[in-house]
Design a protein around this ligand. Structure first.
Ligand code: UD1
Length: 413
């Protein structure tokens, strides 16, 4: 599917951010830890959520989506999610911890998802092994088994978001206490811990680098509303600044956006924070900045591509270093097609600002790269056609509708 972006516009108005994709995906996986009814509220209609929901349905859980609420009834009867669904989305690997803990056995194909580097899962597996599971690889599938998991100290070599989540979920039903050391600090980790605790888990320390999980025998029902999507919010903030517009973004937790806000301020945009909304506008020239992506609370890798589109219009040269993923510059080639002046060496990109971008036919290679091209298209002279735009719909709810409310006039073709 293509997206047609007519070109230069100053975005203006208000939009509301949906619930966080990266909080919801693990929460949906965690729902497999209990056989009782779970209600997840205000769930966005995005493709990644649909895929995981379908996968959970395939595992034997009754699923209902009504008025933006997801109802899960009953527990899983299968321990083997279908490959056709797993390969679509990397986060499907997050069902491994819950199924292992609940069923004592799980078989999952090695994950697919965004093509942004090799993205190994060694830390997840080391964690399961530390809890006493036997892990083997067979025919492209990971198999893990354990009659019972036992609490332990698990040190992560890198504060991986997915590994922290998978281990936290598995440990919540283990016998004894688990400590995840050098755990990821992302707000989505805290949200998952809150969700698990709402089902009766005993987790403390989420949001710090040591998470303590006291195992319980079983988990119960819950009714839970996930946090707002900080990356969706950040994307609209950058779009407002890039187009020289003036946008109020509602349903945000400004605290989760500190790194993005700091870089926008440094680049001469104005960010006004309120309780649960931010207003972003820009009247002055874009000042070049230096960015290095890092685990939270550092600058999010999921905002790197969008900032690159923005900084390509800076007055001078900006530098972006991608330290989280080893191959996340696929958008560079597409931005070059729009006239941007960017060179890369290894994990560093130098962006020499130009006066304006020109519309072109470009390709969304992954979710955030697609968002970056959308932002670029909204600043460009002449129309941009974004091919493979379905990548964008994986993680942004009604993105065309939301941008059009701000005056963008984007069409799907
Ligand atoms: C999650 C987010 C993704 C975001 C990323 C980093 C979800 C569904 N996705 O992905 O949007 O870009 O966090 O903020 O929440 N690594 C290993 N071994 C492992 C696991 C990870 O080496 O076992 C490496 C990865 O290759 C990568 C880095 O650690 O270089 C970060 O990965 P991780 O934090 O695990 O990201 P995800 O959970 O996959």
């Amino acid at each position: 599917m293509d997206m047609f972006v007519p070109g230069k516009v100053k975005l203006a108005g208000e939009i509301e951010v949906s619930s966080s994709k990266n909080a919801i995906l693990p929460i949906l996986a965690a729902s497999l830890l209990s056989d009782e009814t779970k209600v997840i509220k205000n769930v966005p209609d995005i493709r990644d959520v649909t895929v995981i929901t379908e996968l959970i349905h395939h595992l034997g859980v009754k699923v209902d989506y009504q008025d933006r609420n997801l109802y899960f009834t009953g527990g899983a009867t299968s321990q083997n999610p279908p490959y056709e669904l797993v390969r679509l989305i990397r986060a499907s690997f997050l069902v491994m911890g819950p199924l292992l803990a609940k069923k004592g056995f799980v078989r999952v194909a090695l994950p697919g998802g965004c093509a942004i580097g090799t993205r190994p899962i060694d830390l997840h597996l080391k964690g399961f092994e530390a809890l006493g599971a036997q892990v083997t690889l067979s025919g492209g599938d990971v198999i893990a088994r354990a009659d019972r998991l036992y609490g332990n100290h698990v040190y992560l070599d890198f504060p991986s978001v997915g590994a922290t989540e998978n281990i936290m979920m598995a440990a919540s039903l283990a016998e004894g206490t688990t400590y995840i050391e050098n755990a990821a600090l992302e707000p989505e980790i805290v949200d998952l811990a809150n969700f698990l605790n709402s089902m009766g888990a005993r987790i403390s320390g989420a949001g710090t680098n040591v998470i303590r999980i006291e195992g319980v025998r079983q988990l119960g029902s819950t009714d839970y509303t996930p946090i707002p999507d900080r990356i969706e919010a950040g994307t609209f903030m950058v779009a407002a600044a890039a187009t020289g517009g003036d946008v109020i973004i509602k349903n945000v937790i400004p605290e989760h956006l500190k790194a993005v806000t700091a870089k926008l301020l440094e680049s001469n945009a104005v960010v006004e924070e309120d309780d649960d909304q931010v207003r972003v506008y820009r009247v002055e020239e874009i000042k070049p900045v230096y960015i290095k992506t890092l685990p939270y609370p550092g600058f999010p890798t999921d905002m790197q591509a969008q900032f690159m589109a923005y900084l390509s219009l800076g007055k001078g040269s900006s530098v972006i270093t991608e330290s989280v993923f080893e191959n996340r510059f696929m958008h560079v080639a597409e931005l070059l097609r729009m006239g941007a002046k960017i060179t890369t060496e290894g994990r560093t990109a130098v962006i020499q600002g130009i006066r304006e971008l020109t519309g072109a036919r470009v390709k969304a290679t992954d979710l955030r790269a697609g968002a970056a091209l959308l932002i670029a298209g909204l600043t460009a002279r002449g129309p941009t056609i974004i091919m493979n735009s379905e990548h964008i719909d994986r993680g942004y709810e009604n993105i065309v509708g939301k941008f059009n409310r701000l005056g963008a006039n984007i069409m799907r073709t």
